[in-house]
Design a protein around this ligand. Structure first.
Ligand SMILES: [Zn+2]
Length: 211
């Protein structure tokens, strides 16, 4: 059982701490699955961590924390995907997925104290994402692209959103040619509007997230 292998209570406490910092008010359930993967998932108020992620808690707690914050950001914006739209993803929706994943990763970076060592360890030693069309389909850029974009814009704000849309338009033909400008504008506005719900926009001063 997962409970005997990892400190589930400590991980859950940490999740609740971040949940509060992110101003998430709805109830979320938490569990650890048996997968030795290095990720997690969010689906309809349920946050699940892979056992592989939970096991890192002892030796590399920042890896576990990174996934926790990542999934909580999906929870914050209720990003439950329609499973039918995970194999064949229309281009506009794919752009939304890419921005959702980048947002989750950027905010995790912020909340872990904007530490480049933590960022590089997470993407280059733990959750190594290669460049392939299936990953992009799901909103996952390769590790080096995530790291590059996060270093360019270490805070998730309007500038980060616009920068990412321009970058993705330049990198991917399907975004350049198949997502009309007005759709891009709409997606941008939707993500900008959602900035209002983030704690660092609620109080103008910088929020210190580290313990
Ligand atoms: Zn995600």
């Amino acid at each position: 059982m997962a409970k005997k292998l990892v400190n589930e209570v400590a991980i859950k406490d940490e999740m609740n701490r971040y949940k509060e910092l992110l101003n998430i008010n709805n109830d979320l359930s938490f569990r650890i699955n048996r997968s030795n993967g290095c990720g997690g998932s969010y689906y309809q108020n349920k946050v699940v961590l892979d056992l592989g992620t939970a096991k890192e808690w002892i030796e590399h707690p920042n890896r576990t924390k990174y996934v926790i914050v990542h999934e909580l950001v999906h929870a914050k914006f209720n990003e439950t995907r329609n499973p039918l739209l995970s194999v064949i993803v229309p281009p506009g929706l794919n752009l939304e997925y890419l921005l959702q994943e980048l947002r989750a990763n950027t905010i995790a970076y912020q909340m872990l104290g904007k530490n480049e060592t933590v960022l590089e360890d997470y993407f280059f030693e733990f959750n190594k994402i290669s460049s392939n069309p299936f990953h992009v389909n799901g909103g996952y850029l390769s590790s080096d692209k995530f790291v590059y974009l996060i270093k360019q814009n270490p805070v998730w704000n309007e500038q980060a959103i616009v920068y990412a849309i321009n970058y993705l338009t330049e990198k991917y033909k399907f975004i350049r040619y198949l997502v009309p400008k007005r759709r891009k504008e709409k997606i941008k506005n939707q993500f900008v509007k959602q900035l209002e719900d983030l704690p660092w926009n609620l109080n103008a001063t910088t929020v210190n997230f580290t313990k």
